[in-house]
Design a protein around this ligand. Structure first.
Ligand SMILES: Cc1cc2nc3c(=O)[nH]c(=O)nc-3n(C[C@H](O)[C@H](O)[C@H](O)COP(=O)(O)OP(=O)(O)OC[C@H]3O[C@@H](n4cnc5c(N)ncnc54)[C@H](O)[C@@H]3O)c2cc1C
Length: 413
């Protein structure tokens, strides 16, 4: 059966986060009728993910004449080099994405607050005439063979040829489907603090040569540092016994920052957030005419910057399938089954596996295992062929090469 979307039964995306908006934008770019329902009354501006990997930039550059990718490149910070470091001894291994210059037009991590992408996409969707309903929290869902009906909290019904639940970690759509969100919540939370200082200019001692993205392991308190166009951001794990209010007290945040790098005065704190960290994957990514994408389908540790990126990959994979499914010979059920198998596989075998390993490595306590990890990282970074393999995987190019993005049904995987 074909998708048969129409103006009064459009594909309906629930959630105007980056994943929902990339889905809506790529469908609109391909000429499919689509609308967006968003619970909030205004676009959020809180700071969250800020890394776009090479594979993601490749996908975005392939949509809408590359317009959005171009603006992201203008506004973002290109970071070609990143470090694994030891909090006490300094540099362990330096990786240079320039080694992938023959394989991608984007041999760097683009650092850009995800909300910049949301702003750009909302503007572009307006230009493309896509209806965006803010202040429309979805609370009900019913489906039949030909589509689904969503009900918002005020009782308004929206008929859809297909529903994309891109409504984030607490997804109402996932709950309405009754899908389980299997996995674990880490005992520690993460505190991320944005500072006014130019860390590389200010930090001395063993971290004087800090890269703009640095994973700094430590058995007591690891640190993750990354630079965005607006500020440097410093992430600390918060142990289970410390409550959030205690960790967020200004003196406690200064103590943590100065414990990592004492600049001789207090830091200028621009922003701070504390959040729980999970590894969870929904037990299914689709049922009938309802599909889950992004955080609604999988949530991960931010170590490696893969959660948002893989959510955008879900969006592009799904859009390509829906465009085919809308054709006269389209088979929407087969396309959605393939989406479920491929994207759930990527969430489990690449994103969950790698972000969990990265998080464990940062916090490893056993000195022998730490030494082994560091030796392995040094050996990988020191051998250009091994480093390329590492960098391809870390930037999700391997997942895309192996699993495809919206690969046609008749192409063997
Ligand atoms: C504090 C914080 C820091 C983070 N830092 C990082 C990081 O450093 N690196 C990283 O990779 N990832 C990070 N993440 C995760 C990253 O932000 C997410 O992976 C990303 O936002 C997922 O995008 P999404 O569009 O799937 O979901 P979201 O961005 O959550 O968007 C979902 C949208 O759906 C809307 N919505 C929710 N319920 C409904 C409803 N019932 N009806 C209609 N709309 C609804 C929401 O209002 C929201 O706009 C962080 C997350 C948080 C919370």
């Amino acid at each position: 059966m074909s998708l048969a979307a129409s103006a009064d039964r459009p594909v309906t995306v629930v959630g105007a986060g980056p994943v929902g908006l990339v889905t809506a934008w790529s469908l609109a770019d391909a000429g499919l009728p689509v609308r967006v329902l968003e619970a909030d009354t205004v676009n959020r501006t809180d700071w969250r993910a800020s890394t776009f990997h090479a594979a993601t930039m490749e996908l975005l550059a392939g949509i809408d004449g590359g317009l959005v990718a171009e603006e992201m490149l203008e506004r973002g910070l290109r970071v070609p080099r990143y470090h694994y470091r030891d909090r006490r001894t300094g540099l362990v291994a330096a990786f240079d994405l320039g080694l992938l210059a023959d394989e991608t037009r984007f041999p760097f991590r683009l650092q850009l607050n995800q909300q910049r992408l949301v702003e750009i996409l909302l503007r572009r969707l307006g230009e493309l005439g896509v209806p965006r309903h803010f202040g429309s929290p979805v609370a009900g869902l019913a489906q039949d063979d030909a589509g689904a009906t969503l009900t918002t909290e005020d009782g308004t019904e929206h008929r859809a040829a297909l529903v994309v639940g891109a409504d984030g970690a607490g997804s109402a759509v996932r709950k309405l489907l009754g899908a389980a969100f299997e996995g674990v919540t880490y005992p520690q939370r993460f505190l991320i603090i944005s500072v006014a200082e130019d860390l590389r200019a200010e930090v001395g001692d063993v971290h004087a040569d800090l890269a703009e993205v640095s994973y700094i392991s430590d058995p007591e308190e690891f640190v993750f540092v990354l630079r965005t166009p607006e500020s440097w951001r410093v992430l600390f794990p918060i142990p289970p016994q410390e409550d959030s209010a205690e960790a967020l007290a200004p003196a406690a945040m200064q103590r943590r920052l100065r414990g990592f790098a004492d600049i001789g005065r207090d830091y200028g704190i621009l922003d701070h957030q504390i959040y729980a960290v999970h590894q969870r994957v929904a037990d299914r990514f689709h049922e009938g005419r309802v599909v889950l994408a992004g955080d609604a389908a999988h949530i991960n540790s931010p170590m490696g910057g893969m959660g948002l990126n893989s959510g955008i990959h879900d969006a592009v994979d799904l859009s390509r399938r829906l465009v085919r499914a809308a054709g006269a010979d389209g088979d929407v059920a087969a396309e959605l089954a393939a989406y479920d198998a491929v994207r759930r596989g990527v969430a489990l075998d690449y994103v969950r596996a790698d972000t969990h390993r990265n998080t464990q490595m940062m916090a490893e306590r056993d000195p022998a295992v730490r030494a082994q990890n560091q030796a392995a990282l040094r050996a990988t970074a020191g051998d250009p062929d091994a480093a390329r393999v590492w960098l391809r995987r870390a930037s999700l190019l391997t997942a895309v090469a192996e699993q495809g993005i919206g690969r046609p049904l008749d192409v063997a995987s």
